[in-house]
Write a protein that binds this ligand. Sequence first.
Ligand SMILES: NC(=O)c1ccc[n+]([C@@H]2O[C@H](COP(=O)([O-])OP(=O)(O)OC[C@H]3O[C@@H](n4cnc5c(N)ncnc54)[C@H](O)[C@@H]3O)[C@@H](O)[C@H]2O)c1
Length: 365
Amino acid sequence: MRTIRVEVPGAAYDVYSRYNSLASLQKYISEAFSAKKVLFVIDENVMRLHREYLLETIDVLSAENHLVIEISEKKKSIDTVELIYEKLISVNAGRDAVLVGIGGGITGDITGFAAATFMRGISYIQVPTTLLSIVDSSVGGKTGVNFGSIKNIVGAFYQPEAVFADFKFLSTLEEDELVCGLGEIVKYAFLTGDEYYSKLKNDYRALLQLNDTVLDYFIAESVRYKADVVARDEKEAGLRKVLNLGHTFAHGLETSLNFEIKHGQAVIAGISCALELSRLLNLISEEEYTSSTDFIKEFASLIHFRQPDLNIMLNVMSRDKKNRNGKIKFVLPVSPGEVVLDVEAEKNNVIEAIFRGIEPFVYEK
Ligand SMILES: NC(=O)c1ccc[n+]([C@@H]2O[C@H](COP(=O)([O-])OP(=O)(O)OC[C@H]3O[C@@H](n4cnc5c(N)ncnc54)[C@H](O)[C@@H]3O)[C@@H](O)[C@H]2O)c1
């Protein structure tokens, strides 16, 4: 089994990644938390599709110690967190209780937030079951829920005790959910450059077909990259902002399209817009721009959306919680492996970058 250490100061933990890594969860729990109350919070679809595997692998799983939660951005809410508090109280859980979240990013974010806040903090373990949650959301300790219509506005930085990434779950994912994970992997390719970038060019189709070796490489390298960034800047004071590459445009796109596209698809289109803005601001050479946009256009066959409402998009982008002083701050690519942080741009350049960046993906012109 691969073990990747996330060296967050004062809260270091391991990510165990492998096909069937779940088989080691029970032993880990009994060694690290013997005699403590464990509550499993399980994504409804994972429970439906993997019930037998879960029951077979986790002996201690019983009717009393698990809670199945409904999954949607609407249900990523304080109400669902309350269900977890109620269940914890009903089983007399104390400060030494352990929560185990089994599901995608929504389950992980909700479970982590419940763990961060119940009795001022109890332990939790992540078992990510989507490609996105394996390569991204289960690592780094960002937890939280949506409130009103604002995404992830309530939350806490709170690190898990361990992450068990089991590739076996991925076989039941819909293709657009795999593309969601791919979106973050494309982002890492632009951040890491080098071998990761060139391998992705050759292997992204094999990745989407869940080829074991390819999956293992991209999962391990993505987790390693994110672990390194988070270890150096847990609370996003500086370096961690690199992980927002493409995300400012992506959030605007998702909202203006009424969430008709998936986050990972929006991230790929967002990176395309970021490349255009880099070019308009002369941050990228013509040669790098051409080869990077050619690469991004390869994904156009996986991503289609209608023309977004530009006003809504700009509004959302300027409300992003990562902005300061009302100015939109961008992470912009210079070359694979090099980005610049906190770039501000004139509105006319942002608009032009959006038009050019989304062009390969828009079907109504
Ligand atoms: N904490 C972070 O650092 C961070 C980073 C990125 C994204 N996020 C959050 O993560 C969420 C998105 O995560 P996600 O893409 O995993 O989405 P998700 O949790 O909504 O899961 C996507 C869909 O797949 C289903 N599913 C989960 N595992 C499955 C499996 N093995 N087989 C079949 N279906 C399965 C879910 O029930 C859901 O319908 C967003 O809310 C986002 O804000 C958090």
